[in-house]
Each structure stands twice: as structure tokens, then as C-alpha cells.
Design a protein around this ligand. Structure first.
Ligand SMILES: Cc1cc2nc3c(=O)[nH]c(=O)nc-3n(C[C@H](O)[C@H](O)[C@H](O)COP(=O)(O)OP(=O)(O)OC[C@H]3O[C@@H](n4cnc5c(N)ncnc54)[C@H](O)[C@@H]3O)c2cc1C
Length: 232
């Protein structure tokens, strides 16, 4: 794991003003995801997915296979996703929210699976077994277990997240996903940027100059859109 966790733990051990990192990093079984990145040497998979979803690669949203025991979600990138990506190759990325149960097409928990087995499960969920050998042959699927993916969302109590500038400190601030910013939402790049802006402004004595977080749901169009989607 990255050095950021031990650093926070050392600070918190010295002074309760730094919060309680254990609330977020203490239960890996509840915060882990298995993600996987798939590279195809041909466009067989993306062509079939485009026909199935009606979206060209990169133009659709996340696709969640709601009946899959791993609760698989994936997203196709518009090529090239990477600067040196060879023409004709395609890359997409996915994850499983519930990694522990056996898959529906591969009888193993997700962390025990090879990339090939994870891709077999995805293809099975999509009902494309007729093309399975060809889809597997042209693909390289690389799994990656992320132990702290949803650690920001672990149950927490007041004080677990320290304020950006802990009380009593004048030359030190905390930035990132685990400091407390009232009225903002974690798991966004915006949250970390907001914390950095608050850190600089607070240490310079002008926290009020930082604009508040944007509240999209206060916007009538967003609200109407959300209600429509719920009713669909
Ligand atoms: C799968 C996934 C999908 C996401 N999707 C979105 C999305 O669609 N939109 C969105 O807004 N957010 C998304 N997020 C969240 C977003 O990626 C994070 O909230 C954001 O990257 C946090 O930024 P950060 O700079 O605080 O931390 P990080 O991006 O984690 O950066 C911290 C850096 O510090 C380095 N570091 C750690 N320890 C040390 C050390 N001791 N010395 C030096 N360097 C160190 C690390 O290597 C790392 O580069 C997603 C996150 C994940 C995991």
C-alpha cells in the first residue's frame, strides 16, 4: 500500500486532531474491488458491444451487468485511450463490486481468477458464448485488486475525518479524500482539488476566497433529469 496510509497513521497516533485512519483502511474485505483492463488486437468485441448498446466506444456510459454475481461494470474507451496505442487496437476497463461470490460462468471468486477467466465471465454475462474462443484469443485482460477503492465510503463517525487544517496547527494542512469538507462529496477529483485550495487559502489566512462546491442537484434541469431517470 502507498506510504500515505502509514504517514496518516503516524500523525494520528501523536494527535487526535488528525482523525482516525483506521476507520477507512481497517477492513479491506469491505473496501476492495477487482478491476480489469482489456486490450483487443481487433475490433470484434467493441463492434459487437456497439451494436448491442447502440453507442460507439467512448460515447456510452458505464455498462452494469446487474444480474452478475460479481456485479460487473465496464466502459469502452474511445481509441486511442493511450498516447502510443497502435491503430486498430481497443482498450476497455471494468470492475466487480462484489468480488467474493463465485462467478456465474466461472465458479471462482473474482480475486482468484485470471484475466482470461474474468473475460470469460463478462462474455458469458453478455450471452456471447458463440464467439468466446475468438474473443479470448484476440484479447489481453489484466486484473488488478485495489484494496482501498471504496475506503472513502466506509462507515465513519464525526472526527474520523480531520479538518483540512487541524485545530491548533498554523503551518500544516491535510489534502485529499479523507479530510472533512462539509457539503462536498468524496470519490471525486474535485474533492481533492477543493481540499488543496482550502489548504492554501486557509494557511494564507483567507479561506473565504475558495468557491463552495458546485451543487448540481440544486439546478432545476438536473433535478428534472434525475426525477425523469428515476421514473423511467
Ligand atoms: C476506479 C476509480 C474510478 C474513479 N473514477 C472517478 C471519476 O470518474 N471521477 C472522479 O472525479 N474521480 C474518480 N475517482 C476518484 C479519484 O481518482 C480520486 O478521488 C483522486 O484521484 C484523488 O486524488 P488525490 O490527488 O487526492 O490522490 P491520488 O490520486 O491517490 O494521488 C496521491 C499520490 O500520492 C502518491 N504517494 C503516496 N504516498 C506517497 C509518498 N510517501 N511519497 C510520495 N508520493 C506518495 C501516490 O503514488 C499518488 O500518486 C475514481 C477512483 C477510482 C479508484
Amino acid at each position: 500500500r502507498s506510504g500515505a496510509w502509514p504517514l496518516w497513521q503516524r500523525l494520528a497516533a501523536r494527535d487526535a486532531a488528525f482523525g482516525r485512519p483506521q476507520a477507512f483502511c481497517g477492513d479491506i474485505a469491505r473496501s476492495q474491488w477487482v478491476t480489469f483492463t482489456v486490450t483487443h488486437a481487433d475490433d470484434r468485441f467493441v463492434r459487437r458491444m456497439a451494436a448491442f448498446s447502440g453507442n460507439e466506444p467512448g460515447r456510452g456510459g458505464l455498462v452494469t451487468l446487474v444480474d452478475s454475481s460479481w456485479r460487473l461494470t465496464f466502459h469502452l474507451f474511445h481509441p486511442p485511450a493511450y498516447p502510443d496505442q497502435p491503430p486498430g487496437t481497443h482498450v476497455w476497463w471494468g470492475y466487480g463490486l462484489f468480488a467474493d461470490p463465485p462467478g456465474d460462468f466461472v465458479a471462482k471468486p473474482m480475486p482468484a481468477c485470471s484475466g482470461r477467466e474474468i473475460l470469460t465471465e463478462v462474455v458469458g454475462q453478455l450471452g456471447w458464448q458463440d464467439e468466446l474462443p475468438a474473443l479470448l484469443d484476440g484479447a489481453n485482460c489484466v486484473p488488478c485488486l485495489l484494496p482501498y477503492t471504496t475506503s472513502q465510503f466506509m462507515p465513519r463517525s464525526p472526527g474520523d475525518r480531520p479538518p483540512v487544517v487541524p485545530p491548533g496547527y498554523t503551518g500544516l494542512a491535510l489534502v485529499g479524500q479523507y479530510c472533512e469538507i462539509p457539503d462536498n462529496v468524496v470519490y471525486t477529483v474535485e474533492y481533492s482539488i477543493h481540499s488543496a485550495a482550502l489548504a492554501v487559502a486557509s494557511l494564507l489566512g483567507a479561506p473565504g476566497v475558495v468557491p463552495p462546491a458546485y451543487h448540481g442537484l440544486d439546478h432545476p434541469h438536473a433535478l428534472v433529469g434525475a426525477i425523469r431517470r428515476v421514473l423511467e
